[in-house]
Design a protein around this ligand. Structure first.
Ligand code: DC
Length: 225
């Protein structure tokens, strides 16, 4: 069973993806974490963002591992635990930039397909291009979205809880900037796959959205049985 969850930043993909993976005993793959790890490797190597060839080389050679249960997943870059470092605002912006490079995407998509196919019970993958490019034949596709203001409020509250210094206005501006880059890039922009179930999380509680997603998975399981 391959479940694709796509959508803009802050729509609840990670939280809901982890919940689904746990409920149905599936592997959980946060593909954004992979782009963030590549971006960090690029920054650490001091390579400028215009140097596409060197960035592709880094994407090819960097070893990125996502290890552990969905709730406690750790991200390793060449054996270094970078789980916290990839969650900064700078890392998010850098990931959004390196993810516009086609060669980087080709390498990441290849890894993501291999991981998804190898998962014994199946996999929940979340990102921007899962239903459109990585697994166009996914068993189920969800597209989670919400108004930018609702997403910014959520992100801001998370940042506050983690003790990060920012303002709501900065968070909203950052979300708008990243959305713009993610939907307008040439290669695999964020789009809603034709056969995706679209859920707007602005007005619904997390549990309401989760129950709709879980019902869809159960229906698919019964149809396949
Ligand atoms: O989901 P996230 O915020 O951790 O993703 C970070 C960036 O990586 C995001 O701005 C766009 C990019 N990304 C992508 O292009 N394709 C994916 N499948 C996942 C993330």
């Amino acid at each position: 069973m391959i479940i694709a969850i796509d959508g803009p930043s802050g729509a609840g993909k990670s939280t809901l993806g982890k919940m689904l993976a746990k409920r149905f005993d599936l592997l959980y793959l946060d593909t954004g974490a992979m782009y963030r790890a590549v971006a960090l490797a690029v920054t650490r190597a001091g390579v400028p963002f215009w140097d596409v060839d060197r960035i592709a080389e880094i994407a090819e050679t960097a070893r990125i591992d996502l290890i552990g249960e969905p709730d406690a997943m750790k991200v390793f870059l060449d054996d270094d635990d970078v789980s916290a470092e990839i969650r900064t605002l700078d890392a998010a912006q850098a990931a959004s930039v390196v993810s516009t490079i086609s060669e980087v995407r080709r390498i990441m998509v290849e890894h993501q397909r291999a991981i998804g196919m190898a998962a014994p019970n199946g996999c929940v993958l979340e990102g921007r291009d899962i239903g459109s490019v990585v697994f166009p034949k996914a068993d189920i596709k969800f597209f989670l979205t919400a108004e930018p203001e609702a997403r910014a409020h959520r992100r801001f509250a998370e940042d506050q809880a983690k003790g990060r210094i920012s303002t709501y206005e900065q968070t909203l501006a950052e979300i708008n900037e990243r959305d713009e880059r993610d939907v307008s890039r040439e290669d695999s922009p964020l789009t809603i796959a034709d056969d995706a179930m679209v859920l707007d999380t602005s007005e619904l509680s997390l549990n309401e959205v989760f129950e709709q997603m879980a019902a869809k998975v159960r229906a698919r399981q019964s149809a396949a049985a």
